[in-house]
Design a protein around this ligand. Structure first.
Ligand SMILES: Nc1ncnc2c1ncn2[C@@H]1O[C@H](COP(=O)(O)OP(=O)(O)OP(=O)(O)O)[C@@H](O)[C@H]1O
Length: 987
């Protein structure tokens, strides 16, 4: 159970340590011993004191063999069990690892070359592991009477090249050298292992044969004399023994058991410099080290259980892959020297071997093969060899089996990948190298700087120590002259008092200067505040101005619209008035025509009556015929004169009315033209006002920008000045403390100079600002004056136009009134005339009636009819006249209504107009302001020159006051200047 459990967990690599005895040379040089071995406790102690540093380390291994241990001891204790396991069918490996000259070859091979086995087959005492193992194997196999075969291979790994040490001897020396140098490829065997293609496998039948082969192979190994070993092997060697043993199962089946023993003699693990390898062998040592380094990495990876084990990084590790972490049982024999001069390498070897103890392998016995299978494999091998021989004979290439070809291809590919990867790694490493070189250069530079600093510091230190020495000397002198010291102390005290007094004075001066500076800062602060106030005032002014200008524009627009409305209403009124007039005139014409026709018909009727009366009263009217004729004549004349007079009256009336109509049309047209002109003027002034406002806004913006810039500049100047002052003040104060007398005056002088200079700068900048502001003020004053003048001209023109319009309207109104009066008079005269006519007619009628009555009384009965008829005619005439009178009265009442309506319209228009004008003017007048300041021609506080002489803050205040919106107001509305509506004069 425990065996199976161990098998599953793995078996640690067995590590032995062997320490060789002192060599003759070491004994001669009496080299101290640093390694102590305790074979029983399996401990190796290394202790040495070098340059006060004490090294004392103890390592424990599986077995320890001290200098007195013999070859036999080591073999019996450590190797026999391994060989037995090989014979059981395991694969086992024994490494010899250690520094050159520590006995690796001695341990593995021993001194078998010089003294072969004795007559009884006994090995000499100096025989190493390999001959002893071979002997044990053959002894065991022979003792078992088993059928077996033993094959051996012996190869050398030198500079990552594999060479066969058992090459045939019949080849000439030159060929041998070539063969030796020919690299044998290492390949995967397809079963997880590796094989060296072309490696000779010698089948041996006895131990002696093996010894011969071993001697032959060892003689071919590359050796050289080093400082540490006169015959130092410069390569790794691998001696392999493969054993096939035939076994028979109880069922009579034949099985083949296979075991393999690898015996590895590694090259020296030492440092190249210590090995003493020179020139041409530097690469050799490098390659050897590379293999050993890879072996070390593989061991580390196995110990630390890393995922990737770098077996493929070297041929050595590829060859030993199965022995390291594989299914092989492994034993490492680490060899060390006891001498002190090998201490470093000894410790390295001990560390290495101790670490390797942790490697775990999982040994597995090789599966026993059926004899038939083995024979089959062998036949296959024979076929392969035959094909190879055939290919060689035909010289048409080399026969490679398919599997091997694919394997080789895949290996080639893997190698190409590896080469590529290595190229990338090389590039990265080169980059790293360059970076490191740069860092190194930087470090060198820093070192140089540091060494320079160190030199300077050392110099300073020397100077300081000299000063210290001088001071100490002076101190000594001072001690020796106590009296002098007392005197000096008293003098020093006096001087100190004087200095203290002077310091007080200087301090007070300094305090004063600080006060001055504080007051200066206060002033600067005030100036800052004033500037900010000014900026705020300018901003407020700008905002107010914009608001007022906006309201002015609105007012002008409203006024225009209202005026347009009023004009339209006046025009409508005139049109309606003219319409009424036309209607009245037409009606009057119709009435007059009707009246005239009535008169004519009455006259005709009268004539008819008279003719009838004359014809009917032939006899009785002779007396009155003359009277009738005279009456007829009289009435006729009267009627004719009346008719002509009436016609002339109505013609006059008609002409008067048509004249009035023309006059009214002309008046309306002219009024319209005048109002249009007034509107155009208002538009012009509005456009001009807008332009002026734009200019004003532009100017105020420029002014604001300048004020901001000036403010920033001043702030920067003040900040710089403050900073410079603080720095200089601090510096000066420090200097003052150290050397008060001279520096205070200098400080005050510099401070004064600086303050003066700064003040001059500030004044200059203030003057420049003032000049700039003056320029703008004057330009704005000019613009404002111009605007005021324009506004005044506009106002005067508007007033004049209004007056003219009013006068013209008044004149026209008077003219119209006169015309109307004339119409009324004409109508009244017509009425009187008609009345007179009526009276005359009545008088004539009464006279005629009385005459006719008298005639009738005197005439016949027919006279009554005439009289009746005459009465009826008189009644008709009376009715007609009274109708006419009614018509005239109605016309008069129409005229009265028109007049009344006209008056009401005129009154409302006047009221509206007056209200509009008042609104227009009153809107410009601010509530609660004093109009006396708004005289546009005279500045309130003096001329521009006086403004220039003012301080800047007063100037800004003045600017704010004078150029506020108030300055653009219409001056106080005097009653004489209030433009009156033209229609008010109508009343
Ligand atoms: N245990 C030992 N007892 C007696 N002599 C020894 C022992 N070990 C080594 N020597 C002697 O030390 C010398 C060097 O030994 P060896 O050639 O085996 O060293 P190495 O480790 O193989 O060196 P290299 O790596 O250079 O081949 C030899 O002359 C050998 O006889």
């Amino acid at each position: 159970m425990s065996g199976r459990h161990e098998k599953e967990k793995g078996v640690n690599v067995q590590v032995l340590l062997r320490c060789r005895p002192f060599s003759e040379e070491e004994l001669r040089s009496n080299a101290p011993q640093v390694v102590t071995c305790n074979d029983y406790s399996r401990e190796v102690a290394v202790s040495q004191s070098i340059a006060g540093k004490h090294i004392d380390r103890v390592f424990t291994f599986d077995k320890v063999f001290g200098p007195l241990a013999h070859q036999k001891d080591l073999y019996e204790q450590a190797v026999i069990p391994i060989v037995n396991e090989v014979l059981e069918g395991f694969n086992c490996t024994i490494f010899a690892y250690g520094q050159t000259g520590t006995g690796k070859t001695y341990t593995m091979e021993g001194e078998c070359k010089r003294s072969k086995s004795g007559p009884n087959g006994e090995l000499p005492p100096g025989a190493g592991v390999i001959p002893r193992a071979v002997k044990q194997i053959f002894d065991t196999l022979e003792s078992q009477n088993a059928e077996y075969s033993v094959k051996v291979t012996f190869l050398e790994l030198y500079n990552e090249e594999i060479t066969d040490l058992l090459a045939p001897e019949e080849i000439s020396r030159v060929n041998l050298e070539e063969k030796q140098r020919k690299q044998l490829p290492l390949m995967e065997d397809g079963k997880g292992g590796v094989l060296v293609r072309g490696l000779e496998e010698e089948i041996v039948a006895s131990a002696n044969e093996i010894f011969t082969l071993l001697e032959r192979g060892s003689s071919k190994r590359r050796t050289a004399e080093t400082l540490l070993n006169k015959q130092s092997s410069r390569s790794h060697s691998l001696f392999s023994i493969t054993i096939h043993i035939k076994e028979a199962t109880p069922e009579g089946e034949e099985l083949i058991k296979c075991g393999k023993l690898n015996l590895v003699d590694l090259a020296g693990s030492e440092n190249i410099s210590r090995s003493g390898a020179r020139e041409g062998r530097a690469r050799e040592a490098g390659e050897i080290n590379k293999s050993l380094l890879t072996l070390g990495r593989v061991i580390n990876a196995l110990v630390e259980h890393l995922g990737h084990i770098p077996y493929r990084d070297s041929k050595l590790t590829r060859l030993l892959r199965d022995s390291l972490g594989g299914r092989t049982k492994t034993c490492i024999i680490a060899t060390v020297s006891p001498a002190v001069h090998c201490l470093e390498e000894t410790l390295s070897t001990l560390d290495y071997a101790h670490r390797a103890k942790n490697i775990k392998n999982k040994p597995e016995v090789n599966q026993k093969m059926m004899k038939s299978t083995l024979i089959k494999d062998l036949y296959g091998e024979i076929e392969r060899l035959k094909a190879e021989v055939y290919a060689t004979r035909e010289k048409n290439g080399v026969y490679i089996p398919k599997d091997r070809y694919y394997q080789e291809e895949s290996e080639k590919k893997a190698m190409a990948d590896q080469i590529e990867q290595m190229g990338v790694t090389l590039e990265t490493q080169q980059k790293q190298h360059e970076e490191l070189q740069e860092k190194y250069n930087e470090q060198v530079h820093q070192c140089c700087n540091l060494s320079n600093k160190l030199d300077a510091t050392e110099k300073n230190l020397n100077q300081t120590s000299k000063l210290l020495a001088n001071t100490e000397e002076e101190l000594k002198k001072c001690r020796y002259t106590l009296k002098e010291r007392d005197f000096i102390i008293s003098e020093q005290r006096k001087a100190e008092n004087a200095l203290a007094h002077q310091a007080c004075v200087l301090r007070s001066d300094l305090a004063k200067a600080l006060q001055d500076n504080a007051s200066l800062f206060l002033k600067i602060g005030r100036e800052d505040k004033l500037s900010s106030d000014n900026r705020a005032v300018v901003n407020n002014f700008q905002v107010d101005l914009a608001q007022k200008v906006g309201s002015l524009c609105n007012t002008v627009a409203t006024s225009l619209s209202r005026q347009n409305e009023h004009l339209q209403s006046v025009e409508k009124l005139c049109h309606s008035f003219l319409g009424d007039h036309d209607k009245a005139v037409v009606d009057t014409k119709k009435k007059v025509t009707a009246l005239r026709a009535l008169f004519l018909s009455h006259i005709e009727a009268m004539q008819n009556v008279v003719r009838l009366h004359k014809a009917s009263s032939d006899a009785g009217l002779e007396e009155i015929s003359s009277l009738i004729a005279s009456n007829e004549h009289c009435i006729k004349e009267c009627l004719q004169s009346e008719a002509s007079e009436g016609v002339s009256i109505f013609d006059d009336l008609q002409s008067t009315l048509s004249t009035q109509q023309g006059e009214l049309t002309l008046f309306a047209r002219e009024l319209c033209q005048r109002f249009n002109a007034s509107i155009q003027q208002t538009r012009d002034i509005s456009e001009y006002t807008e332009g002026f406002v734009d200019k004003l806004l532009e100017e105020s913006k420029r002014l604001e920008n300048f004020a901001l810039k000036a403010d920033d500049l001043q702030k920067n100047t003040i900040a710089e000045f403050q900073k410079a002052y603080e720095e200089q003040s601090k510096c000066e104060a420090e200097k003052l403390i150290s050397d008060m007398n001279s520096l205070v005056s200098e400080h005050i002088r510099r401070q004064k100079e600086m303050v003066d200079a700064r003040l001059v700068d500030l004044r200059e900048s203030g003057t420049a600002n003032k000049a700039f502001l003056d320029g703008h003020v004057s330009s704005m004053a000019g613009i404002t004056t111009d605007a005021k003048r324009k506004w005044q001209a506009f106002t005067l023109q508007a007033e004049k136009d209004a007056k003219d319009s009013a006068d013209y309207s008044g004149a026209k109104h008077c003219c119209m009134e006169e015309l109307l009066q004339q119409c009324v008079n004409s109508a009244e005269s017509a009425f009187k005339h008609l009345k007179r006519t009526h009276e005359t007619v009545n008088e004539i009628g009464s006279k005629h009636v009385s005459t006719v009555k008298s005639c009738i009384r005197n005439a016949s009965k027919n006279s009554e009819d005439i009289l009746q008829h005459f009465d009826s005619i008189s009644e008709q005439e009376q009715g007609s006249i009274s109708g006419m009178l009614d018509e005239i009265k109605a016309h008069e009442s129409t005229i009265g209504i028109f007049r009344e309506h006209h008056s009401v319209q005129a009154a409302s228009i006047e009221a509206k107009s007056q209200e509009t004008f008042q609104q227009q003017y009153m809107e410009y007048e601010p509530s609660g302001t004093t109009p006396t300041r708004c005289d546009p021609d005279v500045p309130s506080k003096g001329t521009i020159e006086s403004l220039r002489a003012m301080p800047i803050e007063d100037l800004l205040e003045e600017f704010r006051e004078n150029f506020s919106y108030e300055s653009f107001e219409v001056k106080e509305l005097k009653p004489s200047l209030i433009p009156r509506s033209p229609l008010t004069q109508l009343n």
